[in-house]
Design a protein around this ligand. Structure first.
Ligand SMILES: [Zn+2]
Length: 144
């Protein structure tokens, strides 16, 4: 016995192999699910969560200056006087930049300033030890 199916158009029972409904004369060749999928234009939905966190493109002059000076200070940490001045200016501008937006460069400047400070301290202590151990210090003391 042949199976039966329901005509998707009129609901009457028709043979499984039927390609055309004998009641409503609708063609059954095309499966109903295959109704032309309309190519929908994909519209990128703007994500509402990120709208707030997106900072308005602003310039943070002191922050940028602080970052540049900090990098210079780090690069020139072996230059006496210049290293201290550059470190101080870098730290100062980065600190001022912290109160402006965007803070990215100011924070980077501060981090580099801290690194520079550590480098400077290490450098000075090494230098100091070297001086203490060298005869230069003795000569300096003997001078008085
Ligand atoms: Zn039918």
């Amino acid at each position: 016995m042949e199976g039966y199916k329901k005509c998707p158009y009129c609901g009457e029972e028709i043979p499984e192999s039927a390609t055309k409904c004998m009641y409503c004369t609708a063609w059954l060749n095309e499966p109903q699910a295959a109704t032309q999928p309309q190519p929908r234009p994909v519209q990128p939905q703007p994500q509402p969560i990120n709208v707030q966190s997106q900072p308005v493109r602003q310039k943070n002059g002191p922050g940028t200056a602080g970052l540049v000076l900090s990098i210079l200070g780090l690069v020139l940490c072996w230059v006496p006087i210049a290293n201290v001045i550059l470190w101080f200016l870098g730290f100062l501008f980065s600190f001022i930049g912290m109160f402006k937006r965007p803070k990215g460069k100011a924070i980077a400047g501060l981090v580099i300033s801290i690194v520079s400070l550590v480098v400077l301290i290490v450098l000075f202590s090494v230098l100091g030890n070297a001086l203490l151990e060298s005869d230069a210090m003795d000569e300096l003391f003997n001078y008085y």
